[in-house]
Design a protein around this ligand. Structure first.
Ligand code: FES
Ligand SMILES: [Fe+2]
Length: 457
């Protein structure tokens, strides 16, 4: 019998709460379940990548850009994923729109990068021109083409919608609404006030690993004990609460207390030191020498002492976090949106990671979007983030993410070894399993095996 309790979430489909149960099963010892396995060549095969390009990427909702990049009428930005290319823009009436990035004359891409202040989209090749709402505006030497029906030559519109500051597009005209696709995630994240985040920086790094190898690294916390041992002093990795909706999933991660894996339990001073090292500039402490831990007693448990420090350090930088509880300030919510998005939220911090396929199954582009919170109701106009492309290793994303990124090259090479035919997943890796179940559905292939599907409800 399953040791997993599935709970029905009204109107949101089935959600699975595995957090507390995983802890319990670990305490109780090994059950008689077989491991869940998935073919390893999904991460290395050109044929599998071609199937993804044909059947999956044109049909899923994808993070294209942020509201900051297209805040003003005339702001235009390009989004590419594999061979697909989109234009996202704000038209002169202020409407957010997206189009396939193609000139309908001879098929060249219309836009590159990001541009501000446009009043029209004019092709650089033979100067065909469209209004920002997609209507055909002008064809030079028009009579030479015969009778051209303007309506037939409107730009090919894409579905476009937003979640907080994130702008999503879908190439499929039959796509379900974004709100349905995101399942319970927006309601689950409502307390974080995502609308109050502004994107400041968008960094793109080419990575020598499949997009799934990369996304998987942000879809489980089982690797914390191996890759991020520093976190074990400050993060209870055995008690993350996970929920899986169909295309989305969330892991709620309690910081401010050590992992039960650590024996003996670290002292308050050791936890304080780890708090300073891991949270670094956010908490206004010297990461190498944070000084003695403040007084901890019944009225001021260690978690509250840390939350107070964080609140004070952020207030000194002009950010009021008083409306967030101590618990909320020390909790990281990680949302995984199929296929390739990871949204990481603390009340004072939002980071979004996106893994786009590269030219081969062994390559991808990792995009990191960094956001700052502003005060609720702050109506300062959004401005485009700084966009940079850097080689892997030249940008630092902080201790933990740098550890994640450095691993990817080795994770991908290992997947090619002939003795490895299947990867094996634990219950904790249910979000990785969910990616595969979604892939199987979009690609129209049989599930790798049905064992383990109780995890998904
Ligand atoms: S390809 Fe765009 S005008 Fe000719
Ligand atoms: Fe990690």
């Amino acid at each position: 019998m399953s040791d997993i309790t599935a709970r029905k979430v009204a109107e949101e489909g089935t959600a699975v709460d595995i957090g507390s149960l995983r802890s319990r099963s670990e305490q109780q010892g090994v059950s008689d379940r077989r491991p869940i396995t998935v073919p390893a060549d999904r991460y290395t095969s050109a044929a599998f990548a071609a199937l993804e390009a044909e059947r999956m990427w044109p049909r899923v909702w994808q993070l294209a850009t942020t509201l900051d990049a297209v805040a003003r009428p005339g702001d235009v930005t390009e989004f590419t994923v594999g061979r697909l290319s989109a234009i996202v823009l704000r038209d002169q009436q202020g409407v957010l729109r997206a189009f396939q990035n193609v000139c309908l004359h001879r098929g060249i891409e219309l836009c590159h990068g990001s541009v501000r202040g446009l009043t029209e989209l004019r092709c650089q090749y033979h100067r065909w021109c469209w209004n920002l709402d997609g209507d055909l505006k002008e064809i030079p030497s028009r009579r030479d083409f015969g009778v051209v029906d303007n309506e037939a030559y409107a730009l090919r519109a894409l579905a476009v919608d937003t979640w907080g500051p994130l702008v999503f597009v879908n190439f499929d005209p039959e796509a379900m609404p974004l709100a349905e696709y995101l399942g319970g995630a927006p309601a689950d994240a409502a307390h974080q006030g995502l609308d109050d985040f502004r994107c400041r920086v968008q960094v793109t790094v080419p990575v020598p690993a499949n997009w799934k190898t990369t996304a998987d690294g942000f879809s489980e916390t089982l690797h914390v004990q191996g890759l991020h041992p520093e976190l074990l002093h400050i993060y209870d990795d055995l008690d993350s609460d996970q929920v899986v909706w169909t295309h989305a999933a969330r892991s709620r991660q309690p910081y401010g207390r050590p992992s039960p894996r650590l024996r003996p339990t670290p002292s308050d001073q050791e936890i304080w030191n780890a708090f300073a090292a891991v949270f670094s500039s956010r908490v206004g402490l010297d990461p190498a020498d944070p000084g003695p831990v403040p007084t901890v007693d019944e009225q001021h448990p260690l978690l509250s002492v840390m939350a107070t420090q964080l609140r004070a350090a952020r207030a000194a930088a002009g950010l009021d976090l008083d409306r967030f509880s101590d618990e909320a300030l020390m909790t990281l919510d990680q949302y995984n949106i199929f296929p390739n998005i990871t949204v990481l939220v603390f009340p004072d911090l939002l980071s979004v990671l996106r893994a786009r396929p590269g030219d081969s199954p062994d390559e991808c582009f990792l995009d990191a979007f960094q956001f700052d919170r502003v005060a609720p109701g702050d109506d300062t106009e959004r401005t485009p983030p700084l966009c940079v492309e850097l080689p892997l290793g030249e940008a630092s994303f902080g201790l933990v993410l740098d550890q994640d990124f450095a691993l990817l090259r080795h994770a991908q090479r290992g997947l090619h070894q002939p003795g490895l035919t299947r990867i094996t997943l634990a219950q904790e890796e249910v979000r990785v399993l969910n990616t595969h179940r979604n892939l199987e559905r979009y690609l129209g292939i049989d599930p790798s095996e049905i064992e383990g599907d109780h995890l998904l409800g």
